[in-house]
Design a protein around this ligand. Sequence first.
Ligand SMILES: [Zn+2]
Length: 417
Amino acid sequence: MPWTECDLAIVNGLIIDATGAPARPGAVFITGSRITEVRSGTVADSEFIARRVIDARGGAVMPGMTDGHWHPSYYNARTIADLDIQSPIEETVIHAVRHCQVMLECGFTMAVCAGAHHRLDVALRNAVNAGEIPGPRMLAAGRDICCTGGLTDWNPAWWKLGLEGLTMIADGEDEIRKAVRLNVKETADVIKFFVSGEGASFNCNQYQTTCTRAELEAYVDEVHRRGRLASTHVRDRTGTRWCAELGVDIINHATYADDQTLDLIAEKNLTLVPALGYIFGVFENGERFGLDEAFRKASFAAEDRESGCEVIRKAHKMGIRVVTGGDYGFAWVPHGEYAKDLGYFVSHMGFTPMEAIIAATRHGAELLRMQGDCGTIEPGKYADLLVIDGNPLDDISILCDRSKFVWIFKGGVEVRR
Ligand SMILES: [Zn+2]
C-alpha cells in the first residue's frame, strides 16, 4: 500500500460516497480543500501521515447535503403576509446571515435559493464565497417574479403597497423580460417565476395557472439567453406541462403533474424539487403555530400532500432527478429542520435511505451545476463531509439530530458551532 501524506485523515468510517456504490468501511484523505484519496477497508496508522486524524469510530462519513428550495431571508412567518410587511430589512438581514450558519450546522453545504427579499441572497452568496460569513455553497435567486393576481401579489390594492422587497409584479412578455433582466443585472444565478397559485392565497388556488403560456415562454427564453437557470413555483396540471415543454430547469412542487408531463421531464433531464416539507409541516405543526382551521383545511388539503407524493413516487421510479428542498422558513417548518425532507422521501415518496442521501448530495450538486466539485466522496472533490455518530442507512431520521454530527467540514475546513 503506498504511503499517503495529507492534511486530514478521517479513518474508521462507514463511507457513504453517494456515487451509488454500497456503503463500506474505509478512510478519506484530504489535502487543502479537496479529497485526495478514498481507501476501503481498515487503514493502519503506518499507512499514512496526516497533520490531523479523526477517528469516525464506525460512524457514517457522507457528503454535505443540499436544500434545493431555500429561502434564507424567510424567518418564522405565520402568514404569507409576514414575509412582506412584517419583515423589515434590517432584522431580515440578521436572520438571513444566521440561517447561513444554521444550514452548515445541519450538515447542508449546498443550497439553491427560491427567492429572497431584495437581493439579499446575492449578498449572502458573495459574502460566503469571500469567506466573510460562514454558509453553504449557494445559487442566489434575488427577487421572484409574479403576474398581477398571482400567489405573491397578496397585498390588497387599496393598501396602496407594492411588493418592493420580495417579488417583482410583471405582466406581459416585455415586463417579464425586464424583470428577468433586473435579476440578471443583480447577478442572480437562478430566476424564479410563479406559474400557479397556492391554497394559502386569497386570490389564486393551486389548480390555477396564473400566467399565460406566452409569458412563461418569454421568461424561459430570457433566462436561458442570459445563461441562468429557470425555476418555477408550479402546482397545477397545465402549468406544470408548460414548464416541462419549455424546459424549466428546476420545477418546484409539480403537485398535479400528469404522466405525459413526467415523460417530458424525464426526456429533457429537468429536475423536480417537491418542497413538500412545507405541506407536511402544516399538518404536523400548523395548529400549534396558530394556523386557523380554514387555512389548514382549505389551503393545504390532504389532496395536495397525497398528489404531490404520488407524483414524486412516479418520477423517482422513472429515474427523474428529484432533489430535497422543503420551503423551510415558516413557523411550522422552521430553519434548521432541512433534513426532515430526506425522511419524507423515505416515508412517503418511495426512496430508500441511500436514494434519499443521493438525492440530497450527488443530485443536489448536479442541481447547482457543481457535480465536478461536490456531491460525492471521490478524489478531486471538495471535502464537504459529515462525520456522523450512527448510520443514516439504518435510520434516516438521525440526520435531523444536529448532535449526531460529530464533525462537519466544508472545503476541508471544520464548521465551528
Ligand atoms: Zn418557496
